[in-house]
Design a protein around this ligand. Structure first.
Ligand code: NDP
Ligand code: 2IT
Length: 451
């Protein structure tokens, strides 16, 4: 058994009630095997064993009152996973499925993703099992206030800088930042994803989706292809899916699907122009269900099915798949259906949307595969640029930020390709991204000695 297998076995034993965390550790560490031989110094310093243990886990209760005066108790989390290369950085997720294992998987992935961005950010993640769905704006406000009344003591612009994720967007960041500012009496870059008016960065709302599509373009270019004329399946209908769709449209592709947790719409004419505007209003203003799109435009709606179920069951032809909803949405049978559908590239907007078995199917069938921590790093990259702008006390133009984002996505792709080659896995972007991110963090950890 290799040392890495031993570390994985220990995590499986110690954290056996955290399946998503185990999956993320297995995915990353398995691909790090080629570094064992080249870096005996990492082995000796037990870097592999140290990196799977969070530096700090904060769990707290959040008590709030709904509009009827009823009291609710939720659980809050912040996992400060690894601060070797910069302040902890990563989003907050509000979703009923949130538990410690999910936050740890997200925080662990974030370490390597943030290192890949080339910016100085450590890895962290947080959130709550609070369900914003169906809550009034005032209820969400009271929850965010209560959440920040505890979180504020654990974060800071040079300590830990949270942002959004599922269920946390511009509205929630506004409430959270407002309460932080009130308690601490400081205007600082303690959260990213802020609105432009109070210190946010232009392009941050678009950054994850745009970055995903820039990364996809880099992958396609390696085989002489572009997005022009390609049929694209996108899952989700939230922040990442919306802006991925917008950028695909701008680059001449055709987006034929969107989904939410209730079902999937298929529009073979493409979700663009006024139809895309409708989705933005539906999801960001009215907070409605994607079914309404099918009703308005008279296109098929598949209740209870994911995009990948629909592709499998209806035999749709698709060139590119961009999963942008949640973890483990693509299983082995879905991946096999994507092969049958003629898919050339899968790039992950969501975090860990493909199971380990699905990834194997992509790899065995020569599908171009852009793993989440490389492909969706545009969001946190622009968060890093928001931190820079806050420190400089100025705000860059859309063009400046978009150009920097494009350049960062190019660098992430290049680092991943080069590391894959250097460690004997040419063309394997998963191995390349994991190794490139790991090396930076491992070297920093080594420099600090034994701690
Ligand atoms: P949003 O909350 O804006 O949207 C999430 C979308 O995914 C919604 O359409 C939601 O449907 C759907 N969804 C969420 N959970 C589930 C589920 N369990 N089953 C089925 N559908 C689900 O979140 P984001 O767009 O910000 O995040 C999407 C993914 O991208 C996540 O994996 C996130 O971690 C990742 N990501 C986000 C970044 C960001 O900057 N926001 C950066 C990098 C990655 P419904 O409304 O019905 O719940
Ligand atoms: O998963 C992610 O990278 C995010 N949710 C964005 C994190 C951030 O700090 O912008």
């Amino acid at each position: 058994m290799s040392m890495i297998d031993d570390v994985i076995a220990k995590v499986k034993e110690k954290d056996k009630d955290q399946p998503e965390f185990i999956q993320a550790v297995e995915e990353v560490l398995t691909t790090l095997k080629p570094t064992e031989e080249k870096h005996p110094e990492f082995v000796k310093a037990k870097i592999y064993e140290r990196i799977v243990e969070p530096e700090r886990v904060v769990m707290f209760k959040v008590v709030w009152e709904d509009d009827k005066g009823e009291i609710h108790v939720n659980r809050g989390y912040r996992v400060q996973f690894n601060g070797a290369i910069g302040p902890y950085k990563g989003g907050l997720r509000f979703h009923p499925t949130v538990n410690l294992g999910i936050i740890k998987f997200l925080g662990f992935e974030q370490i390597f993703k943030n290192a890949l961005t080339t910016l100085p950010m450590g890895g962290g993640k947080g959130g709550s099992d609070f369900n914003p769905k169906g809550k009034s704006d005032r209820e969400v406000m009271r929850f965010c206030y209560a959440f920040m009344q505890e979180l504020y003591r654990h974060i800071g612009p040079d300590t830990d800088v949270p942002a959004g994720d599922i269920g946390v967007g511009a509205r929630e960041i506004g409430f959270l930042y407002g309460m932080y500012k009130k308690i601490v009496n400081e205007h600082t870059g303690v959260l990213t994803g802020k609105a432009f008016e109070y210190g946010g960065s232009l392009i941050r709302p678009e950054a994850t989706g745009y970055g995903l599509v820039y990364f996809t373009s880099e992958m396609l270019a390696s085989e002489g292809m572009t997005l022009e004329g390609k049929t694209v399946a996108i899952s989700g209908a939230g922040n990442v899916a919306q802006h991925a769709a917008q950028k695909v449209n701008q680059l001449g592709g055709k987006v034929i699907t969107l989904s939410d947790s209730n079902g999937t719409v298929v529009d073979m004419d493409g979700i663009k122009g006024e139809k895309w505007d409708f989705v933005m209003e539906l999801k960001n203003v009215r907070r409605g269900r994607i079914r309404e799109y099918a009703e308005k435009y008279n296109v098929p709606y598949y209740e209870g099915k994911s995009v990948w179920d629909v592709i499998r069951d209806e035999g749709l032809k698709v060139d590119i798949a961009l999963p942008c909803a949640t973890q483990n949405e693509i299983h082995k049978d879905h991946a096999e259906a994507l092969v049958k559908a003629g898919v050339k590239a899968v790039a992950e907007g969501a975090n860990m949307p493909s199971t380990l078995e699905a990834i194997k199917v992509y790899q065995e069938n020569g599908i171009l595969y852009g793993p989440a921590k490389a492909a969706n790093a545009g969001g946190v990259a622009v968060s890093g640029l928001e931190m820079s702008q806050n420190s400089l006390r100025l705000q860059w133009t859309r063009e400046e930020v978009d150009n920097k984002l494009r350049e960062i996505m190019r660098k992430i792709y290049k680092q991943s390709v080069e590391a894959a080659e250097a460690y004997g896995k040419p063309g394997d972007l998963l191995t390349g991204a994991n190794i490139a991110g790991f090396l930076k963090v491992a070297k920093a950890m080594l420099a600090y000695g034994v701690m």
